[in-house]
Unconditional design. Structure first.
Length: 282
């Protein structure tokens, strides 16, 4: 395997190379595209997170605001109400890193204060001007994702890029530079090309095909393909019926350079990841 940069959080250093890591999705939301409303209480979300860890999740990503296409922003107090009890409980129960999936600096800061150690910001710090300061002050790991527009409208109207891969690389390079200018060390950053965020199905497949080009940015790559609409366009089925398509996309992600895959179905994907790693390592 090619050498991959390590990733520092506020509590540890994550070393890549031996195997691909699995980020398990914990949605504390009523309107997630895949499992919104499935976990109606904090206790149920915590139980689901514990199941994901038992199944092999290396990182837990907790979110309280859906970013599915067409979704509306959630008020700050509501997002805090959804995620803080979950993170607070998990911090005392698990040894794996906890990531807070948010675009709000206040949510990120409070989450880090009570036990999270990674900020997963789908806006790449563009939606809240205080986010760079929170990342720098807390020493949290920071995941910067490419998204065009806002979740509400990102899949409406014509989706056209001058040069898809070049445009995304340029965006992520600028965001990495911005983070560093605010005092966020390069070693604390990770990139996500943003599968499904302001892209057509064909765009998403092209990103996976050319994922190796993102290694030029010098940071670990996270990919989130789980149950997404571009898979349904090929295989059909509702989100929870896209397991086989997700498995194929996860394998391609790993073969082309992804260090972390973000998934719902941890138990099944653990075996898929192990097989892909075995092939790539050989």
């Amino acid at each position: 395997m090619n050498a991959t940069p390590s990733f520092k959080t506020s509590r540890r250093e994550i070393i890549f190379g031996a195997r691909t890591l699995i980020m398990g999705i914990v949605n504390a939301t009523p309107d997630s595209f895949s499992d919104g409303g499935r976990f109606t209480t904090s206790a149920e979300a915590v139980e689901e997170a514990m199941r994901l860890v038992d199944a092999g999740a290396d990182i837990l990503d907790v979110g309280g605001e859906s970013t599915r296409p067409g979704s509306d922003p959630v008020p700050l107090e509501e997002e805090l109400k959804r995620v803080m009890p979950v993170i607070g409980a998990l911090a005392n129960k698990v040894n794996v890193p906890i990531s807070i999936d948010t675009t709000k600096a206040a949510v990120a800061r409070e989450a880090i204060n009570i036990g999270a150690e990674i900020i997963n910001d789908v806006s790449a710090m563009r939606f809240d001007e205080e986010m760079p300061k929170v990342a720098a002050d807390t020493g949290a790991g920071l995941i910067l994702m490419h998204m065009r527009g806002l979740p509400k409208i990102m899949q409406t109207g014509p989706i056209v890029y001058q040069s898809l891969i070049d445009d995304i690389i340029a965006f992520l390079h600028e965001r990495l530079q911005s983070a560093q200018s605010f005092g966020v060390e390069s070693e604390r950053t990770m990139i996500d090309p943003g599968i499904g965020f302001g892209k057509t199905a064909e765009d998403n497949m092209k990103i996976l095909q050319h994922l190796g080009r993102f290694r030029a940015l010098g940071r670990p790559i996270l990919t989130g393909v789980s149950r997404k609409a571009f898979i349904g366009k090929v295989t059909g089925g509702e989100p929870r019926e896209r397991l086989a398509g997700t498995a194929a996309a996860v394998v391609v992600s790993i073969m082309n350079g992804s260090s972390i895959v973000r998934v719902h179905d941890v138990e099944a994907m653990k075996k898929v990841v192990a097989m892909a790693d075995a092939i790539r390592g050989s």
